[in-house]
Structure formats: C-alpha cells, structure tokens
Design a protein around this ligand. Structure first.
Ligand code: IMP
Ligand code: MG
Length: 207
C-alpha cells in the first residue's frame, strides 16, 4: 500500500498563517482599494482563503502563467495564458501566487503589470522555496519558507493531481530527486513509476 502524504505544513498551520498574512496586507493597504491578481491555477485555494480574510476593499482578477511547461529548467520563458479583465492603471496591485521558486513567473508578471500602469505591485506568496532565484524578484508577503523539495496540496499539483489536499505535502525523496534532477527533462516518465502516493490517488493523465 502506498504511504500517506508526507505532510510538510498542516491545514491548521496554513490557515493560521493566511490569517496573519491578510492582516499584513491590510496594514499595507491602509484601508485603500487593492486589485488582487491571482496566478492560476496553483494559487486558487490560497487566494480564496486570503481574500475572504481581507478587510480592505478588494477587486479580484486572475491571470494564468507558467514557467514550468514540460521542461522546467530549459527555456525559462513565462507564458501568459489568460488576459486580465480589470484595468490596473494607477492601482495598488497585490499579486498572489502559490510559490516563489525560480522567481521567473513573478518577475514577468510584475513587469507586465507595471507596463499596464499599476502604481504599486507587491507579491504575496504562500511558500518561498530556498533556492537561488533565476530572476531578481522578491515577495513582500510570504507565508512559509520551505526547503528545496517538490510540494503539492492546497492548490499545488503533482502532475496535475492532489490540488485538493488540505495540507501541503512534500513529494517522496525519490520522486523529489528525480523531479529536481532528471524528470524535468523526462516529462513522460509517470509518477507511479517513481514511488508511493496517497491511497486511491495515484497520478493519472491530467486532471
Ligand atoms: P517560478 O517562476 O519558478 O518561481 O515558478 C513558480 C511556479 O512554479 C509556481 O507558481 C508553481 O505553479 C510552480 N511550482 C514551483 N515549485 C513547485 C512545487 O514544488 N510544487 C508545485 N508547483 C511548483
Ligand atoms: Mg503557479
């Protein structure tokens, strides 16, 4: 039987920290209007929990971006897969993402939002991985600092699965090592070939 997920951050700790982050964001906005831009898909649960706890007046939009694709380490190109509907000219924008890894996504999105005329752009990430950044970017609001392991749950996926886990889990060491070193170049290698997964939740094709 596959082992249960290796929980890195429990639901309880996540929600407590999200509450504190909301208070930090409120202090930053000083009661002013904030345009919250969520980065799909990974931030969706974090975004929902965060905005519900904000007291500042909020308008909400989402954008989809990815720097992963199939070969994560290769191009470093960030693709935008969805347009913004809200006008951000002159606005205070809070960019909400699940995780700060190489930093390419947030760097590209911040540049993009500034180009659209945003007055301030600050990033809020639930997780910040302890890795060297490929892009010069930092997040003003950070939930947790985590080691360089591949994480999933609470919106983050492991090959499109497990976004609905309530906790954040760390992928098994072998899967982790493989993802970090070689699997990024072998996207067709399936997760069930690589190690154990939560019962009844073995990765399959996509969604
Ligand atoms: P960056 O552009 O390298 O900072 O990548 C950020 C994006 O990569 C995040 O928004 C996630 O979607 C994805 N990502 C990075 N690390 C992980 C992870 O450990 N698990 C799941 N997704 C991740
Ligand atoms: Mg993402």
């Amino acid at each position: 039987m596959p082992p249960p997920p290796r929980v890195l951050i429990s639901e309880k700790r996540i929600l407590r920290r999200v509450g504190a982050l909301a208070r930090e964001v409120d202090a930053w906005s000083r009661g002013g209007r904030v345009v919250v831009v969520g980065v799909l898909n990974g931030s969706i649960l974090f975004l929902a929990d965060l905005v519900r706890r904000l007291r500042s007046p909020v308008v909400l939009d989402c954008i989809a971006a990815s720097s992963y694709g199939t070969a994560r380490t290769s191009s470093g190109r960030v693709l935008f897969n969805r347009r913004l509907r809200l006008n951000v000219r002159g606005a205070k924008v809070l960019l909400v993402d699940d995780i700060l890894d190489t930093g390419r996504t947030l760097a590209a999105l911040s540049r993009f939002l500034r180009k659209l005329g945003a007055r301030r752009v600050e990033a809020c990430v639930l997780l910040r991985k302890n890795v060297p950044r490929a892009a010069d970017v930092s997040a003003r609001f950070v939930g947790f600092d985590i080691p360089d392991c591949f994480v999933y749950g609470y919106g983050l996926d492991l090959r499109e699965r497990f976004r609905n886990l309530r906790d954040i889990a760390c992928a098994p060491p072998f899967e982790n090592e493989t993802r970090m070193k070689t699997a990024r170049r072998q996207p067709e290698k399936r997760a069930e070939d690589l190690g154990g997964f939560p019962a009844g939740a073995r990765p399959s094709d996509g969604g």
